[in-house]
Design a protein around this ligand. Structure first.
Ligand code: ADP
Ligand code: ZN
Ligand code: ZN
Length: 724
């Protein structure tokens, strides 16, 4: 050990280089110069690394190293702002829990790239002299009069939005005042009064839930502070979140509010902004580079103390978190599908524990995992006192039309009443697949073992897994037959169907990934539907997210049991949630509503229980089933997928891993082939175990042991310790 004798203070930084390669594992030691004394845990450095330079994050400071001090390299530069130390620790936890690397986990918590230094922005305010001038006492050009008028009617505004040069001339005459803008680029609005006025008085049920939450906001044992707000749709869950956030702010702490997807939940986000004003930072993928950086800094500096955003907002750089809300906690978007395959709901729990914060998850269709792990608070009634809409299940066996006769009648009633309906079909495109009537051949994706989906009436075929596209065939390349059969229906053909059947009096608003190619389009379609007097909102599961539209008289789920036809242990849960969530959009406001559910297996448990709005019975049965099978939350599953252009290599690697992993206990199922994806054959292992972390470690060791060989055989191995 060689300590630097001249300094007793730590002068060595243990740095994790941010590289994507799994083979490189830090941390590595760097020596700090005396002028780098403010380097600490989380500081981002540019470091020499091998023959290159790379970014690195300081994990630890030390006073000695295994290497001679003189032989250590010095960082090239310090790159502020750094990562808050609690997020460095969180990244370490994620790397371990999700079988990833520290570098990849750290990339989740890095500050977003900045666009240089913060520019001081200006806010324009009308002065008294300006107001007098506006009333006729001063000489003004039309343009100046318009500027003053806008400041008069809208209040203070960012100078950049109105034209800084023109405002400067008005400032010289004393008619306008220019002052530094609130950080983040928004005008400082006098929001104090607005916050407390007009808060709805809570119902007794809401009050009871809120009191339980507030009781835990103080210095309570962490286990007491994890809640599941299980409330039917429209029961006022969001109002409980809002008031819990308010109490958190009043206690001088910050809050994170996770929502499924901003573009689909503009109403929820809007309610937080309206209530708390500039204290809210919203992180979403629609933000530009500069805005994202600014929002991050506002949170880091404590200027914003509430962060609303999708799963990545769980990494918001708040100093002192008192509350983490997970809205619609059943939503699959909380799971990240790239490496690290983290689940924001588990990360939220961990982060809440780090900060001594309360965790508050909410849903009308909570996950069995949450029911077991969290303290349930119930909101069994809708706010407006209306019953949940009656649900009728329609048997589609033997019917060949996508719409059941009763569905057609109900839609005709909606048209006659000038009302609104929502129709859900969780399948985009025109037809599921095409086949040749001559030889029976199905048009398949050349890269994946799946059928191509027809889009547009005559348009093109597309693979929903790899994005492969080709023109739709009119003749079979195999046998030459021109008889091409279309099978099944998607949102596009149902749209056509509805237009033909109901004409212009019932306009159709389609909402799916194709119709809403841009993010703005999504929100636009939702608001067009909202402001239309009548119409049908038709789309994939997007239409069932937490929208709060008044006056939807009819909800329809087409092919509700399609999810049940996939071999997935969460299939029932998903189906139940889909039907329940759609029913939740119906019959709010003045209109009474009803729901029709079309299914090929109308007696399926998830459908009959959703039709009775019986979430408790569904959860009880689901938990029993999972206990018998050893599925979460009674055991853990870990999924290992080996993929390769060569099927035999993928299989061989999976078999080898099976051998290695089986030795460390746990039940290993497989190798089982998965369908070919993006030109790669895949072979899967599923490991069932009780001690999740021990098994993740054992799998990690086995994968590492095979890493070199796998690379040589071009097999890639992915591990998902929390498969969905
Ligand atoms: P959820 O989140 O459970 O679907 P919301 O919080 O969106 O329910 O509440 C549904 C509607 O009821 C909203 O329009 C909301 O503003 C309103 N609301 C909520 N709580 C109250 C209350 N205590 N009094 C009156 N209206 C309320
Ligand atoms: Zn053919
Ligand atoms: Zn494909």
């Amino acid at each position: 050990m060689h300590a630097n004798p001249a300094h007793s203070a730590p002068m060595i930084a243990r740095v994790e280089p941010l590289t994507r390669t799994r083979a490189v594992r830090g941390p590595f030691d760097y020596r700090l110069r005396p002028d780098q004394a403010d380097v600490g845990v989380g500081t981002v450095l540019r470091i020499p690394f091998g023959r290159q330079t790379t970014l690195g994050v300081v994990l630890e400071l030390a006073s000695d190293s295994e290497l001679a001090f003189e032989r250590l390299a010095e960082p090239n530069a310090i790159l502020p702002p750094g990562v808050p130390p609690d997020l460095v620790a969180l990244a370490g936890w994620i790397a371990e829990q999700y079988c990833s690397t520290p570098a990849r986990a750290l990339s989740l918590v890095l500050p977003p790239p900045g666009a240089g230094r913060r520019r001081p922005a200006l806010q324009a305010t009308l002065t008294e002299a300006g107001a007098a001038a506006l009333l006729g006492a001063g000489r003004l050009t039309d343009r100046q009069r318009e500027l003053l008028w806008r400041l008069h009617s809208d209040g203070p505004a960012p100078a950049a939005a109105l034209g800084t040069a023109a405002l400067r001339r008005l400032q010289e005459r004393g008619l306008v005042e220019l002052s530094p803008l609130a950080p983040g680029g928004r005008p400082i609005t006098p929001a104090v009064g607005r916050r407390l006025e007009g808060l709805p008085a809570l119902t007794a049920e809401q009050r009871r839930a809120l009191e339980a939450i507030l009781g835990a906001l103080g210095p309570a044992p962490p286990a007491a502070g994890r809640f599941l707000l299980h409330g039917v749709t429209g029961s006022g869950k969001t109002e409980v979140y809002l008031q819990a956030v308010q109490a958190t702010l009043a206690a001088g702490r910050g809050a994170i509010v996770l929502v499924p997807e901003i573009a689909l939940t503009p109403q929820t986000v809007g309610r937080f902004q309206a209530r708390f004003g500039d204290v809210v930072a919203v992180l979403h993928s629609g933000l530009g580079r500069h805005e994202r950086h600014e929002e991050w800094l506002r949170l880091r500096h404590g200027e914003a103390r509430v962060c609303v955003g999708p799963r990545s907002a769980v990494f918001a750089p708040l100093a002192d978190i008192g509350l983490i809300v997970v809205d619609e906690e059943h939503d699959p978007s909380y799971k990240h599908e790239g490496d690290p395959r983290y689940d924001a709901r588990s990360v939220a729990l961990r982060r809440a524990r780090q900060h001594g914060a309360v965790l508050l998850a909410g849903s009308a269709t909570p996950r069995p995992e949450s029911v077991v792990a969290l303290t349930q608070l119930h909101l069994p009634h809708r706010i407006d006192g209306r019953p949940l809409p009656p649900v009728e299940v329609l048997d589609m066996r033997g019917l060949h039309h996508p719409l059941h006769p009763r569905t057609r009648m109900a839609l005709a009633d909606v048209r006659a009443d000038g009302a609104k309906a929502i129709v859900l079909l969780n399948r985009r495109g025109w037809s599921n697949f095409l086949s040749c009537r001559g030889c029976g051949r199905v048009w398949m994706c050349p890269n994946c073992e799946v059928a191509l989906v027809l889009h547009g009436a005559q348009g093109f075929l597309s693979c929903h897994h790899c994005g492969h596209r080709r023109r739709a065939a009119t003749r079979c390349e195999h046998c030459g037959s021109v008889a091409v059969a279309r099978h099944g229906s998607g949102t596009e053909s149902v749209e056509q169907e509805l237009r033909e059947a109901f004409g212009r009096e019932l306009p159709v608003f389609r909402l799916d990934a194709d119709a809403a190619a841009g993010r703005g389009r999504l929100a636009e379609t939702l608001s067009r539907f909202e402001s239309a007097p009548a119409g049908v909102l038709l789309g994939t599961q997007m239409v069932a997210k937490g929208h709060d539209f008044a006056d939807v008289a009819l909800g329809v789920v087409l092919d509700a049991d399609q999810t049940l036809r996939f071999p997935d242990f969460r299939a029932e849960e998903r189906t139940f949630a889909l039907v329940t969530q759609l029913a939740g959009r119906v019959g709010r406001g003045q209109a009474a509503g009803k729901v029709l559910v079309q299914a090929l297996a109308p007696e399926a448990r998830s459908i009959t229980l959703a039709a009775r709005h019986d979430a408790d019975a569904f959860l009880a049965q689901e938990l029993k089933r999972r206990q018998v099978l050893g599925y979460p939350p009674y055991g853990s599953l870990i999924r290992v997928v080996c993929s390769s252009p060569d099927a035999a290599e993928a299989d061989a690697m999976a078999a080898r891993l099976h051998g290695l992993i089986a030795r460390s206990g746990g039940i290993v199922l497989g190798p089982a082939p998965l369908f070919r994806l993006r030109g790669r054959s895949r072979s899967q292992l599923v490991i069932k175990c009780r001690d999740r972390l021990a098994m993740v470690r054992a799998v990690g060791v086995a994968v590492e042991q095979c890493a070199t060989d796998a690379a040589r055989r071009s097999v890639s191995v992915s591990v998902d310790p929390d498969p969905q």
